[in-house]
Design a binder for this molecule. Structure first.
Ligand code: NAD
Length: 503
């Protein structure tokens, strides 16, 4: 087995170029499909992070001063490079995350969508203008960049999430410091090269690799104005609390426990097919993955589980090099162990194991972190596996007697990222969409992720803070408003006024 001493040591990307880490600390980066160590990622110190912030401050002044036309030229160059080099990036994503090639390409496509939105920054930055609001005064508003902003990213979308978190931030004139997940640093470093080639001034885009030490410096440093975080709920909460205590604007996106409600009138074949991809795709490592099937009524549950049983058994797990596989490994040995514990624990708590994926047969690369698709029926809301987000292919069925019960359970869950209903009834759909307390809602749609020009974000403990990713709210999050009242008098003021003017 290769050790970290033998593999390539990665760098940071600061001030427009690769910079070697000086901390002497390195994290191991694994290929989850084989379990091999493939690189060492430098874990920066607070001091190295401060230096990156200093360069980001300088770069931001230059970048803010560029015209909108020039800024859009650079963003468009970046978009074109991301598109033209997507095949190289697919290979990188597959290697460090274990995703299938089709899935890696899909996430790059969604990332491109957010760059497309960033290209509409000139339109979205347009302010208000009112003529003669009183005494020949005209009033108008503008949106200014915040300065240096930070993005702290998770492992499960090495391209889409960092690109979605940062493209608009750059387009509206900020400098960005990205702290990628230490599990998938290659993709972020590749993206950095594309920004540099696109013509972004030095310092405007940096990647500082690391762990809690870097995050804490970003959260506390007075020159960082805003934090965009995506990751698990507990860390999202910590980032929100620490960042806001230090006067920062924070949008922290956390985990999900996403339900699919299946009504008795639904096309069960179609619902089961939709469940498959939404539940097991990417080895269930998506914040919007469906984790819980909630069939309404015993008859629906019996039929749905029986159809699902056959379909889930046919799924194929394996390395991304095999184009026939439906999904790959989970990200790490620890992640695999967590999912196994959740399955074992739920069986002890009384869940019925319909399909057991704990020991999948993988012909090659058996050291990879593979788990087969697992399906547990008769899960109840008091079980741990229902309460927590499970980031791996163990999916559950919670049977409910009515739509009211389904809505009530979803609304009581701590997490509220996504939810969907399968039904042919307009009345059921209307009741569901109006009463459900979740941020992203689907009707006969497997994963209700909004398109790039709509706001993305969950409710409850799936998101802390008011900012959004994607959508027009991204512009509001990364800018501050200025309102100007302007008068060009023909006559001089005759006397001072000590009270607000009245009509
Ligand atoms: P994670 O919370 O472990 O890590 C996210 C980031 O936080 C990483 O950059 C990591 O280095 C950093 N971090 C980890 N521990 C920290 C600590 N103690 N202090 C400071 N920083 C710390 O999440 P992950 O395992 O990389 O990603 C999976 C999670 O992300 C899942 O819960 C998933 O649902 C969530 N996610 C949410 C969304 C969303 O839009 N809501 C999107 C993708 C992923």
């Amino acid at each position: 087995m290769t050790t970290i001493q033998e593999v390539q040591k990665l760098s940071h990307f600061i001030g427009g170029k690769k910079v070697e880490g000086t901390s002497g600390r390195f994290g191991e980066v694994f290929n989850p499909s084989t379990g091999e160590v493939i690189a060492g990622v430098p874990l920066a110190t607070a001091e190295e992070t401060k230096q990156a912030i200093e360069l980001a401050k300088k770069g931001q002044v230059e970048w803010q001063a560029k015209s909108l036309a020039k800024k859009m030229e650079v963003v468009l160059n970046f978009r074109n490079l991301l598109y033209s080099r997507q095949d190289e990036l697919v290979d990188i994503v597959c290697l460090e995350s274990g995703k299938t090639k089709a899935d890696a390409l899909g996430e790059i496509t969604r990332g491109l969508e957010s760059v497309d939105l960033a290209l509409s920054a000139p339109h979205l930055l347009k302010g208000e203008y009112s003529v003669n609001v009183g005494g020949n005064i005209n009033a108008f508003s503008t949106k200014s960049p915040l300065g240096v902003v930070a993005a702290i990213a998770p492992f499960n979308f090495p391209v889409m999430v960092p690109v979605a978190m940062t493209s608009m931030a750059v387009a509206v004139g900020n400098s960005v410091i990205l702290k990628p997940s230490e599990k998938v640093p290659h993709s972020a470093l590749f993206i950095s090269e594309l920004w540099a080639e696109a013509g972004l001034p030095e310092g405007v885009w940096s990647v500082v690799n690391g762990d809690k030490e870097v995050v804490d410096e970003l959260l506390k440093n007075e020159d960082v104005s805003a934090i965009s975080f995506v990751g698990s709920t507990r860390i999202a909460e910590y980032v929100y609390q620490t960042g806001t205590q230090h006067g920062k604007r924070v949008a922290a996106f956390g985990g999900g426990k996403n339900h699919m409600i299946i009504m008795p009138d639904a096309d069960l074949e179609q619902a089961a097919t939709a469940f498959l991809g939404a539940a097991y795709g990417a080895a269930s490592q998506r914040c919007m993955a469906i984790s819980t099937a909630m069939p309404v009524g015993e008859e629906t549950a019996e039929k749905f589980v029986s159809i699902l049983n056959e379909k889930v058994r046919a799924l194929k797990v394996g390395p991304y090099t095999d184009e026939q596989v439906d999904f790959g490994p989970v990200i790490s040995k620890e992640a695999k162990q967590n999912v196994l514990s959740e399955i074992n624990n739920s069986i002890e708590e009384g869940a019925s194991l319909v399909i057991d994926g704990r020991n999948p047969e993988i012909c090659e690369s058996s050291e990879g972190y593979y788990l087969g698709p697992t399906l547990l029926d008769n899960v109840t809301p008091d079980m741990k596996i229902y309460k927590e987000e499970v980031f791996g292919p163990a999916r559950i069925v919670v049977r409910v007697p009515s739509l009211e019960d389904a809505i009530d359970l979803v609304n009581k869950h701590e997490l509220g990222n996504g939810v969907t209903i399968y039904t042919n009834s307009g009345a059921a759909s209307r009741k569901f969409t109006s009463e459900i307390e979740v941020g992203m809602v689907g009707v006969n749609v497997p994963i209700p992720i909004p398109v790039g020009y709509y706001n993305f974000g969950g409710w409850k403990s799936s998101k802390f803070g008011e900012g959004h990713m994607f959508g027009p709210d991204t512009v509001r999050f990364f800018t501050k408003n200025k309102t100007i009242s302007e008068r060009w008098p023909e006559d001089q003021l005759e006397q001072a006024s000590f009270s607000f003017p009245s009509n």
